[in-house]
Design a protein around this ligand. Structure first.
Ligand code: ATP
Length: 507
């Protein structure tokens, strides 16, 4: 199967249907307009920004409807979009830029300073301003306006051609770009689109950041294929979200921290949210009391589970099972196979917990420029999730633990290795281990156990946080620090993190 231009096809089928709306700027696009905008971007990237097929185009900015014109414009031009996590500190962004070497960087005015620093340190890089260009920068809107839309038809592509890259930090602390392809998008569409029964009449409120697979694919990309409408919020704002959920949206997807914040809002009232026919939640475990409180308000939140590497949908809980199978992430979806294996790779029977492996057309072909990491993660087509799961007799799955060293804070994954690398640079710290500890608002927050060099004074905790913040996004900075004489280690010298996790959870 070769890939043709899906957005152009959709625009032929339903040209005047609303495709997108930016809730903050008020900009709206029909499918015809979105397709034309994407075609202009494809042409401008070639004519004004010097990009050629296969080049990377980075985006640093808050969520905007325009993002989807970039995404589909890249598909038309054969470019690879790299949506950058705007929460990252500049040194973290530099690592990503060094890895994917983009030819151009589009940035929102809110990140003008960071973009200027990145462009200065990295040459040659065309800086393209969305909100008014400075010296030596291109003006996004002017360039698109001055360009005839690339009419296509575009050469058909192998469905495994990289379309965009999403970075995850990984357990070694070295970021990896997870390649996202057309095949993955189609597979996700069939997995989630069929499970939620997406139709052209659906309206999605999208509050998740667009540098994550959830923001792009749950359910935006799947909804575009059926001709529905996506409302893009610049960032999650409970006031705005409740208003849109009461008045316009028919489907919604959030991470647990979003569900918690909506519930805590003084004007939350399940009665007024009846227009939303489907509620999805994933990215981290949804706590049972929160799920229960939604159920009491007549809202059945369907939990699911996925990964950046799996496009993302793997599991989704049926609506009828939300109460009976509370705590489960449901069954594997149509185009996804899963196994549960022990540490030697042997399949385990129902009820026993082991590592979750995933296979199917929704799996990434690998990590950008990292055949080593790809070979480590995907063996014989099976992706090793690093998650520990079990299956019950009804075929429902539960995520019970994690073998990979990672915790999730407000929906953002934090890989302790990355935080530890930064703290190890501090002159007072001899050894350090970071773990996640439970937190009512964010699910988990970080706690750092630090062994200090002999004869040094314990550093001030606020200074230590400021030190971390220079190199790390705010959500990765540990909330708590504890001084220890020595870290607990096993006979092989490896830090026994479970002991620290248990300790952090007890306090
Ligand atoms: P996004 O990054 O867009 O939020 P995501 O969380 O699906 O999407 P990743 O950031 O790659 O994707 O994180 C995947 C990991 O998150 C899984 O391997 C698992 O450890 C954890 N996870 C995701 N959903 C759940 C869930 N429902 N319950 C428990 N853990 C989950």
């Amino acid at each position: 199967m070769e890939m043709f231009d899906l957005l152009a096809q959709r625009a032929r089928v339903t040209p005047e249907r609303p495709a997108l709306e930016d809730l903050d700027s008020g900009e709206r696009y029909s499918y015809r307009q979105l397709n034309e905008r994407a075609a202009r971007l494809a042409a401008a990237a070639r004519e004004h920004w010097g990009l050629r097929e296969g080049d990377r185009l980075a985006y640093l900015g808050h969520s905007r409807a325009e993002f989807f014109a970039m995404l589909f414009g890249c598909a038309k031009a054969g470019l690879i979009l790299v949506p950058l996590n705007w929460r990252l500190a500049v040194p973290e962004l530099e690592v990503l830029m060094d890895d994917c070497e983009p030819g151009a960087l589009i940035f929102g005015g809110e990140f003008a300073e960071a973009a200027a620093t990145l462009a200065r340190r990295r040459g040659p890089l065309t800086a393209v301003a969305l909100d008014g260009a400075g010296d030596g920068q291109r003006d996004y809107c002017a360039d698109l306006a001055a360009t005839e839309p690339d009419p296509g038809p575009h050469p058909e592509k192998d469905p495994d051609t990289p379309w965009y890259l999403l970075y995850t930090s990984g357990t070694t602390g070295r970021p990896k770009g997870v390649i996202q392809t057309f095949r993955m998008m189609l597979a996700n569409h069939l997995n989630i689109g069929l499970a939620v029964n997406l139709t052209g009449d659906d309206v999605l409120l999208n509050v998740l950041p667009l540098f994550h697979t959830a923001g792009i694919n749950l359910y935006s990309s799947a909804l575009f294929l059926v001709g529905g409408c996506v409302l893009v919020a610049r960032a999650f704002d409970p006031d705005q979200s409740l208003q849109v959920l009461e008045n316009r949206a028919t489907i919604f997807f959030g991470v647990p921290a979003v569900y918690q914040a909506l519930l805590d809002h003084p004007s939350f009232d399940g009665e007024r949210l009846k227009g939303v026919r489907s509620w999805g939640c994933g990215g981290a475990p949804l706590s049972l009391p929160v799920a229960q409180r939604y159920a009491e308000q007549g809202i059945r939140v369907r939990t699911g589970m996925g990964m950046t590497e799996t496009g993302p949908t793997v599991f989704l809980l049926d609506e009828e099972l939300v109460i009976d199978k509370a705590g489960s992430v449901g069954r594997p979806q149509l185009l996804t196979e899963v196994r549960i294996v022990d540490r030697d790779g042997r399949d385990l029977p129902d009820g026993e917990a082991g590592e979750l492996l995933v296979r199917g057309p929704n799996i990434t072909p690998g990590y950008w420029g990292r055949p080593d990491a790809t070979a480590e993660a995907i063996r014989d087509g099976w992706l090793r999730s690093g998650d520990v799961a079990r299956r019950d007799a009804d075929g429902c799955y539960y995520i019970v633990d994690r073998w990979k060293d990672m915790y999730i804070s407000g929906g953002e994954n934090v890989y302790p290795a990355e935080v530890e690398k930064v703290l190890e640079r501090h002159p007072a710290i001899a050894e350090v281990a970071v773990v996640g500890m439970p937190d009512g608002r964010w699910g988990e927050v970080g706690k750092a156990y630090c062994g200090l060099h002999p004869d040094v004074e314990a550093p001030d905790r606020d200074q230590l946080r400021a030190f971390c913040r220079e190199y790390l996004a705010g959500y990765k900075v540990p909330r708590a620090f504890q001084w220890v004489d020595a870290l607990p280690r096993n006979a092989l010298g490896k830090v026994t993190k479970q002991e620290l996790r248990d300790d952090a959870a007890r306090r």
